[in-house]
Ligand binder design. Structure first.
Ligand code: NAP
Length: 535
């Protein structure tokens, strides 16, 4: 007996999990196909990542003119961004605008976290259960659950006993959090920490940053968007999108197709300096071999560490902030005043690389036998990335096999879109697709459009089921691994590798090379869904 939580009829053609950018667009496309659709969303609003990550300073590290949908030219023209890099509230407003503009809310069930989904091979349907007792059935199930949506809370002894508030950047409260006059401890120095630390430092009486591994950050050089510039981009939007679609990460980075070692020291310095002054992620496109040759990467490292030493007054602190790992091996951070924040009298950097945080007491934190009294703790400790949100749902495919067991040694997908043994289950930006290495919006659109076209094809050709063959999936997993092994990506303990979550298998999860990936997806379709079994 099925029924949604209101007891209403709950049989759908398609159920979509998540109302972030992926789920919203998938719903829009499903409706265009005439499918009866329902989106299940854990939060009480749309926006996904941008709904949850409300920490101070949260903003996108891809420029706002690019971090937007491109499927609807009118939407592209009518929305006005205010800054070069959009702050979280503005991106959330944009997601809400999209939901309203395309009248999507009527098919979204909010505050409905999906607990389980099971496939019945006889009927060819998925049964989906929500935590509040709803049961829905559908022919197709799309997981639009996001890559960075399952918060990683470290297992530090005593955390639950801390008497003040503990905030995770990825599940930040909706109310304003005011740090004025407080002693604050931030654990972590990834992108979320690097964005929030300068702002927390301005409010707090004292800020202690507990750093395990330093990260590279390039200034955002953020500024209000000049209306003339915005008009100019909009007048030629297609050209910008086309340029971006041909880069390795789907961002208009102006890649410089030259080896870092093929130019003089002076030319190299000039290129790095220009990219530092311009700001943001395009720094990584300064030369074409930064992520494939250690000696090339060393030049970028020397440049960035030089900058840290220039900005930070205390040489010992600058040294502690200087990473030793490969630049870009972990995602490059994009900051505003991060390094300069360590020149403030109320900010202390605490190295926990050699002696981990021992314990949290009701009054603070202990490192190497020393107590740090705190009023508030901020966990900027990241996510169980790419697989976390998918595996939180108990997904059971054909013959009772579970996704969790199948992926015990690492995720296995074909094209990052589907996994063998789980018919009619699609993932938007799943592991094995370029996803987190790209501008997420175009990657999301490409996946949603691929899935919609596939559903149209199935209907047109009288098929009811699709799933990858094991052979195609195995080849794809090998291919994704091979690509990573030819780069420097596997050399550090990044979340791309699952290395940030204790016990998670060390497997490089995203596919490297956006344009080749897109072409491969198109080729698969042109060859009649090569590598898939249709039934
Ligand atoms: P993250 O990059 O995984 O950083 C987590 C930090 O917490 C790391 O410094 C990690 O240290 C530290 N940590 C974890 N457990 C710890 C422990 N037990 N003790 C001490 N330190 C600990 O997470 P994030 O900053 O949330 O960023 C994740 C991703 O989200 C980014 O890479 C980016 O893709 C995305 N993001 C984007 C933006 C943006 O668009 N601007 C902003 C925020 C996030 P180790 O490095 O030693 O593990």
């Amino acid at each position: 007996m099925t029924g949604d939580r209101d007891g209403a009829e709950a049989t759908f053609d398609i159920v979509i999990v998540g109302a972030g950018f992926g789920g919203l667009y998938m719903l829009h496309l499903a409706r265009k196909l005439g499918l009866k659709a329902r989106v299940l969303e854990a939060g009480d609003g749309v926006g996904g990542t941008w709904y949850w990550n409300r920490y101070p300073g949260a903003r996108c590290d891809v420029e706002s003119m690019e971090y937007s949908y491109q499927f609807c030219p009118e939407l592209e023209q009518e929305w006005e961004w205010t800054e070069r890099y959009a702050p979280q509230p503005e991106i959330l407003r944009y997601a809400n605008h999209v939901a309203d503009r395309f009248d999507l809310r009527g098919d979204i069930q909010f505050e409905s976290r999906v607990r389980a989904a099971a496939y019945d091979d006889e009927t060819g349907t998925w049964t989906i259960e929500t935590e509040d007792g709803g049961v829905l059935t559908s022919r197709y199930l799309v997981m639009a659950t996001g890559c960075l949506s399952s918060a990683n809370t470290p297992a530090i002894e005593g955390l639950a006993d801390f008497k003040g508030p503990v905030y995770h950047t990825g599940t930040w409260p909706h109310e304003d959090v005011d740090f004025t006059g407080l002693r604050v401890g931030v654990i972590g120095t990834g992108s979320s920490a690097i964005q929030s630390i300068p702002i927390i430092a301005e409010q707090a009486a004292e800020l202690f940053v507990f750093q395990r591994t330093p990260n590279y950050a390039v200034p955002a050089q953020n500024h209000p968007l000049d209306p003339d510039y915005q008009r100019e981009v909009k007048a030629h939007y297609g050209e910008l999108r086309a340029r971006a679609s041909q880069t390795r990460n789907g961002v208009d980075t102006h890649p410089n197709d030259v080896s870092a070692l093929a130019v003089s020291d002076e030319e190299r310095q000039t290129e790095y300096e220009a990219r530092w002054q311009n700001g943001g992620l395009p720094f990584m496109a300064a030369f074409n071999d930064l992520l494939v040759r250690q000696d090339a990467n060393d030049t970028a490292r020397a440049f960035l560490c030089g900058k840290i030493h220039e900005i930070v007054d205390d040489p010992a602190v600058a040294e502690l902030l200087s990473p030793t790992n490969v630049v870009g091996c972990k995602r490059l951070c994009v900051d505003t005043n991060y390094y300069a924040t360590y020149n403030r009298d109320n900010v202390t950097l605490v190295d926990v690389s050699q002696t981990p945080i021992e314990a949290i007491t009701p009054d603070g934190l202990i490192v190497d036998g020393r107590a740090y009294p705190l009023d508030v703790i901020v966990l900027a400790t990241g996510f169980d990335a790419m697989t976390g949100a998918l595996l939180k749902v108990a997904i059971q495919g054909r013959d009772g096999a579970t996704l969790k067991e199948k992926w015990a040694a690492g995720p296995r997908t074909y094209l990052g879109l589907m996994s063998a043994g789980f018919p009619n289950l699609f993932m938007i930006t799943g592991p094995g697709s370029p996803s987190v290495l790209t501008n997420m919006l175009p990657s999301i659109e490409q996946h949603a459009e691929w899935i919609a076209a596939c559903l149209g094809y199935l209907a047109e050709h009288g098929h009811e089921r699709i799933e990858p063959t094991l052979a195609a999936e195995n080849d794809w997993v090998d291919h994704v691994n091979d690509l990573a092994d030819h780069t420097l990506y596997p050399t550090c303990n990044s979340w791309y590798l699952g290395a940030n979550v204790p016990g998670k298998p060390r497997v490089f999860m995203p596919h490297i090379g956006y344009p080749t990936y897109v072409r491969r997806c198109e080729e698969v379709v042109a060859k009649g869904y090569e590598g898939f079994a249709l039934g």
